[in-house]
Write a protein that binds this ligand. Structure first.
Ligand code: SF4
Length: 706
């Protein structure tokens, strides 16, 4: 089926895996995709794609696809039913829970993998229609920290950069980020940088990115926040501060200066296991750089002090005036293909379009945009994901609707979550595949169409709306999530309220109205055709900008005028005290376990990537754990031995991979294997609610063969 030679035409769509948002040229025969190649004219990827993108069509053909609704019968078996019966079961099941336990006893958990229009529909349907109060997305697991950090520092969740910045920096700092593996096309753009840039990586592991860097600060885990404060202190002490910028565009310099002055370079380096000379060299590179950009991903976000760590990065950019100019910025790289869409449109902890549930004016504006009574809009925000899980434990949540995510695999301390799912009265899972770990606990499975089988928009890491297109028929009876939400709205009795939501593009028009005068205003976009023609359009693109004679491609980087989104237009310099690691290594559990992305061919819980024989051939199919050879020697473990990894929550078997990429006393397991989150410790960043996946204590013992 992947025969591009027989195609009669092509069309371009945004890739549906990661937040890079590459353009893929789909080769069509009789309107159906028969192959794909990377789009050479797309401004994101410039003709490149990673293996996941190349295999995007292949994973649609899997025998594991959900092709018809399934209902668990009285014997505990999942049995095929019609869509008519499925919609009835959904509505009766949820309404019965609400009648028994209250409207707020039903919650949903959503995703960064469906289209903006689908997120918007789900959030509006659930919160304005069905009376659901508590809902969140799996973006809580990856991006919530960056959202909170930006909101507090800039006044709005606004990653400021464009991918051109990868090519325009002369000094790039990657903190807790491994773009070689996590964002390979972004890394390709780093490699295109003609400035021979200094590349500084701050990471406890010698990752692929660290190995390619010019400087690697291989610190001990969770020493990143003190290190960033010490760097800020030295930048001030060595007078690398952009005083004009700080004076005119920030707030809080004196308290930052006083706070970081206690982080002396020598003592911080000693605790972090770093040489003063190495850190000093990095400080000089940052201080002397003309265009310095700082980039972070999950090593920062998935941390118990993630928000403050992200803000320590933002502080450095602000102090040195490295923002709003080409090649600069404090830049969070996003994970999922539409995590950025979720941040704006999921209507969970932020009101539709990143408004506030608590604001009368915001509620009135959203009510007008959606043409619904304002009384329909709750006055309080939702519980975050971790509180919803606690709600299940406490019996406050009895019905759960899981859309395109797999928490029974991915949530921290997963054994606990699986037990809790079995306590629910009614669990509905809506997914492309019926074989996820979460589906195993479902009472009802709703089969959904995937990327390539439906329309809508995704927003990538640089705030670019890109189009996804229907170039294949979904298998069996699977429906686009948008159509499923439409069916539920009608069956629930909300047909009139959602009469305008006839198609994804109609929903996009509603979203545009709600975006008016927001920092993320998109009222200037003519429609899907313009997004397609322009190779995606970055927000903001307001009617005012469009009327001003600009072209969308001219409006790319934020804060060029030094104006931030707080009322006084100043960014905030935010600092805090250091917390200790909640579960440090000790005598019983002497190794700190780090988790993260394994290879470029794996994605999250492998729901999709394992469907491709080619992708499967590019990574070990069995779990593995990277250990330092010195620890292997001490424990009697050879490379390739089977080992048992034990934490206070559970245990996992994995193959030992002895490598100097991890330091002695640490180990690394990829998150893609089902067993990894049996081990992780359930603790969270207090500001964002994001789980701290990167630090728990384990012991490793050999599994003796009989
Ligand atoms: Fe798709 Fe991301 Fe790979 Fe680009 S880098 S092809 S968006 S998975």
């Amino acid at each position: 089926t992947h025969d591009s030679m027989s195609a009669d035409t092509t069309t371009t769509a945004t890739c549906g895996y990661c937040a890079t948002g590459c353009g893929l040229r789909l080769h069509l025969k009789d309107g159906e995709a028969v192959g794909l190649t990377p789009e050479t004219n797309y401004p994101v990827n410039l003709g490149m794609a990673c293996p996941k993108g190349w295999e995007a069509l292949r994973v649609l053909d899997s025998a594991e696809r959900a092709t018809q609704p399934l209902l668990r019968d009285s014997g505990g078996e999942l049995t095929p039913i019609t869509w008519d019966d499925a919609l009835t079961s959904f509505c009766e099941g949820m309404k019965s829970v609400q009648a028994k336990h209250g409207a707020e006893s039903v919650a949903f958990l959503s995703t960064g993998q469906i289209a903006c229009e689908e997120m918007a529909f789900l959030g509006a349907l659930a919160r304005f229609g069905m009376g659901i109060r508590h809902c969140d997305g799996n973006t809580r697991q990856c991006m919530a920290t960056a959202v909170t950090a930006y909101k507090e520092s800039f006044g709005f969740d606004a990653p400021p950069y464009t991918y051109d910045d990868f090519e325009q920096s002369d000094c790039m700092v990657f903190i807790g980020a491994n773009p070689c593996i996590g964002h390979p096309i972004m890394w390709e753009r780093v490699l295109r940088n003609p400035n021979n840039p200094e590349i500084i990586v701050i990471d406890p592991r010698r990752t692929e990115t660290a190995a390619a860097a010019t400087q690697h600060l291989q610190l001990q885990p969770k020493n990143d926040l003190p290190l960033l404060y010490a760097i800020a202190n030295e930048l001030i002490r060595r007078d690398y501060v952009d005083h004009d910028f700080v004076q005119n565009h920030t707030h809080g310099f004196e308290s930052l200066r006083d706070h970081v002055s206690t982080f002396e370079l020598e003592s911080v380096c000693q605790n972090a296991g770093l040489s003063v000379d190495a850190v000093s060299q990095a400080i000089e590179s940052i201080g002397r750089g003309n265009a310095v950009s700082l980039w972070w991903t999950m090593g920062v976000n998935q941390s118990y002090q993630g928000t403050r760590t992200a803000q320590a990065i933002i502080n450095i950019a602000l102090l040195t005036g490295n923002i709003g100019r080409p090649g600069t910025g404090a830049n969070s790289i996003t994970g999922q293909c539409n995590a950025m869409g979720s941040r704006l449109w999921s209507n969970t902890t932020n009101l539709f379009g990143h408004h506030s549930f608590e604001s009368d004016a915001d509620r009135a504006k959203v009510a007008e945009a959606l043409d619904i009574p304002v009384e329909r809009i709750p006055t309080t925000t939702s519980w975050k994901y971790n509180r919803i899980i606690e709600g299940i434990r406490n019996g406050e949540i009895k019905g759960l609707w899981v859309v395109a995510t797999n928490p029974a695999h991915s949530w921290i301390d997963q054994g606990d979550v699986r037990e809790l799912f079995d306590q629910l009265d009614f669990l509905v899972v809506q997914d492309m595949y019926q074989t996820t770990e979460t589906c195993a606990h479902a009472d009802l499975i709703l089969p959904s169409a995937g990327w390539g089988e439906k329309e809508g928009t995704f927003i990538n890491s640089e705030r670019r709306y890109g189009l996804l297109k229907k170039v294949r028929h979904a298998p069996g009876q699977a429906l686009a999530d948008f159509q499923i939400f439409r069916g539920i709205a009608h069956r629930w009795g909300l047909g009139d309220m959602f009469a305008e939501w006839t198609s994804p593009e109609a929903a996009f028009r509603i979203m545009q109205r709600a975006s008016r005068n927001q920092p993320s205003d998109i009222t200037g976009i003519d429609g899907y055709e313009q997004i397609d023609r322009c190779g995606g359009i970055q927000w903001p693109w307001s009617q005012e900008q469009a009327d001003g004679g600009f072209e969308p491609e001219q409006q790319r980087r934020l804060f060029a005028d030094g104006h931030f989104f707080h009322d006084d237009q100043r960014a905030r310099l935010i600092v805090d005290d250091i917390d200790l690691m909640p579960e440090p290594a000790d005598e019983d559990f002497p190794i700190v376990l780090l988790t993260g992305r394994g290879t470029v061919s794996q994605w999250h819980t492998q729901t999709r990537t394992r469907q491709s024989p080619l992708l499967r051939s590019l990574y070990p199919n069995q779990p593995y754990i990277e250990m330092n050879p010195r620890d292997g020697d001490a424990l009697g473990i050879d490379h390739g031995d089977l080992v048992r990894v034990q934490s206070r929550r559970g245990e996992a078997e994995a193959t030992a991979c002895l490598t100097h990429s991890v330091q002695s006393g640490q180990a690394f397991m990829p998150m893609h294997y089902d067993c990894t989150n049996r081990l992780t410790l359930s603790h969270f960043d207090p500001h964002s609610g994001q789980p701290s996946y990167k630090d728990c204590a384990v012991r490793i013992v050999p599994v003796l063969s009989s």
